[in-house]
Design a protein around this ligand. Sequence first.
Ligand code: GLN
Length: 364
Amino acid sequence: MADNIGYLTLSTGDVLTGKWLYKTCPSQGEMVFNTAMTGYQEVMTDPSYADQIVTMTYPLIGNYGINDLDYESIKPYLSGLIISYPCPTPDHYESKYTLLDMVKKYEIPTLYDIDTRALTRIIRKSGEVYGKITTNKRDFPTMKQVDSNIVQKVSITEPYTWKPSKPTYKKLSVVVMDFGFKHSISKTLHDMGCEVTIVPFNTSFQQINSLHPDAVVLSNGPGNPKDLKGLFPTLKQITNHYPTLGICLGHQLIALAHGGETKRLPYGHRGSNHPVKDLITGKVFITSQNHGYVVESESLHAQEWKVSHINVNDQSVEGMVHHSKPIMAVQFHPEAHPGPMDSFYIFSQFMKLISTTKGEKQHA
Ligand SMILES: NC(=O)CC[C@H](N)C(=O)O
């Protein structure tokens, strides 16, 4: 049994002992924790977790299995998975595979029987923690930050278009810039009747113009938004020209491209029950979140931007709208998956924004 023992060594000097669910190592990453009780398949396939070792705080993982429907990307990009108990006997009508099948298929280094509560306390206390999944308890992580080219590793290289199955009378076409997009974003737009074209993260303004879209979405994605500095002038041009929705990394990129600032949160927001207040309606929504950085509200030019949403727990910026241009952005995940659909209305608002802008252009 001793050869089933594996270690998670941390940049804090701590060593946690667990058992291998799938042994492939060593593997390093930024340590993050997700507090969702369900949605492990969506979490594992969300490209925003690239270069990160994800700890699930809910103790039972794998209990409803893995299906063919809930992939958020074609494959997982996370560096490792840390859990307490992997359920070997899933039960759900859509389940096709076990958690073990999944980690084996995609070769995700996975340790179980780890005290995930103790680990989460270390991450919460220390803030920025890096970890290594290894067979040697004296083998500590050398990694100090997520790769600054990580978006390039997860973005598509060739654009593709998804025609609507039931085109609506509005016939809206939307370009999604892929910084590591979750499939639920394009699926939601498609379900709303849009033609969706997904383009690589470094697509130029001219290339986007040649597609004649009605609107652009800047997707979620991994890493520090400031690492994409070279794209800010292009993103400013794009967002000044087209109705735009930014989601998570996309939200941060819009703020930076327009002269705002972002900062690192002490230990991030990752889970399915983060309360967010819509400052325009005064309503509070339970949202799905996965981010380590936030936009600094004081950095936004007040003549141009209004903070539209804040996090109820720590008052951080969760959304912004431009005063005169059709640009809106949210830090949380309105597409959910995993998590509640409470903030789905963001997509409806975006559709309205596109239609109004299109109508104004036609009447001009
Ligand atoms: N889900 C995301 O888009 C994450 C954005 C960014 N990588 C962050 O951690 O803040």
